[in-house]
Design a protein around this ligand. Structure first.
Ligand code: ARG
Length: 322
């Protein structure tokens, strides 16, 4: 075990702070990375492989997935909460087998995106504020969030996986008791539009032309997670949202494009009193520690290239109009 990892573990134990950056899987990738064996057409995941994937349950039943993006916050899909109140939801984290082990938390607040549309599924995402923060370690981890949309290039992602406890066949009643995963590729937006239609710019498709590997019912709210080159952190590119059947040919799964909502997520979390990134000039508490360690990785400090352009254009236009 590398010395820095030992130090990190010690730190974790001693401080209760999430010292590890986002997107890494300490209990899976080290010390000797084992090749991942490769939902619909997928396979069982291994313990620690997706330490940020959580199960959302009501009265002991799994109904949707989610992902840990901060010790206080879980990201999921807005359509999961049509008829559900926060007090009815339990978050089960840090376990791959439903109902066994891990850490559970109640939900204090559900913040669905204000523009979420039940008819188009546009802006299908929601933030869940937990009753108490999740502890570091214990098989838990944070997934990284992609930066501003202008910086996202779908070609940058190497391998992507969707994971969840959803059904392994379309139309099945029961989901899977074990967390499953399927390797998928991001599908060009125009091509996906051609195949399934009804997409908005806030959606990203992933799957395979020939079908076979996909998310399905019960996987909603879970992450589409991608890694750029091998060994780099995992980013959540999408939230499982909808599909036409599951795993069909030329019918990739449709996901909410997380990068488009980065600003909203930051605002919503800050407004609820638990900011995702540390506010300037305030001592960082427990909750904001992870972001502090990797503002670069989380895409925090990078400027949006379009803003100065817009400003310049506005100025020029203002001058021209007199
Ligand atoms: N809406 C579904 C759910 O609530 C997710 C469907 C995803 N379908 C797909 N083919 N990728 O669980």
């Amino acid at each position: 075990m590398a010395a820095w990892r030992l130090l990190e573990l010690l730190l974790l134990g001693a401080t209760g702070v999430w010292a590890t950056g986002c997107g890494f899987r300490p209990e899976y990738d080290s010390p000797s990375p084992s090749p991942a064996p490769r939902i619909i057409g997928g396979q069982k995941s291994r313990p620690g492989e997706w330490p940020w994937v959580v199960s959302l349950q009501t009265q002991g039943h799994h109904f949707c997935g989610g992902s840990v993006i901060h010790s206080w916050w879980v990201l999921s899909a807005a359509h999961c909460f049509h008829d559900i109140r926060p007090q009815d939801v339990t978050v089960a984290a840090g376990s791959v087998t439903l109902g066994m082990g891990g850490v559970t938390r109640r939900v204090r607040r559900i913040v669905s995106h204000p523009s979420y549309s039940r008819s188009t599924y546009d802006s299908d995402l929601a933030l869940l504020l937990l009753s108490r923060p999740l502890p570091p370690g214990r098989g838990l981890g944070l997934v990284c969030l992609p930066g501003e949309p202008a910086e996202e290039d779908d070609g940058q992602w190497g391998s992507c996986y969707v994971a969840g406890w959803g059904t392994t066949e379309y139309g099945q009643e029961r989901g899977s008791g074990a967390l499953r995963e399927a390797g998928v590729r991001i599908v060009d937006w125009l091509r996906c539009m051609w195949w399934i239609g009804a997409l908005t710019q806030n959606m990203v498709c992933a799957g395979h032309e020939e079908g076979g590997r996909d998310a399905c019912q019960g996987d909603s709210g879970g992450p589409l997670q991608c890694q750029a080159p091998q060994g780099s952190p995992w980013y959540q590119v999408g939230v499982v949202s909808w599909g036409r059947g599951c795993g069909r040919r030329q019918r990739p799964g449709v996901y909410t494009r997380v990068a488009n909502y980065r600003a909203w997520m930051d605002e919503a979390a800050a407004a609820a009193g638990r900011p995702l990134r540390p506010q300037k000039a305030t001592p960082t508490g427990l909750g904001s520690a992870p972001q502090k360690t990797e503002p670069e990785v989380a895409g925090g400090a990078r400027p949006c290239p379009w803003r100065p352009l817009g400003l310049a254009l506005g100025l020029a236009l203002g001058r021209w109009l007199g």
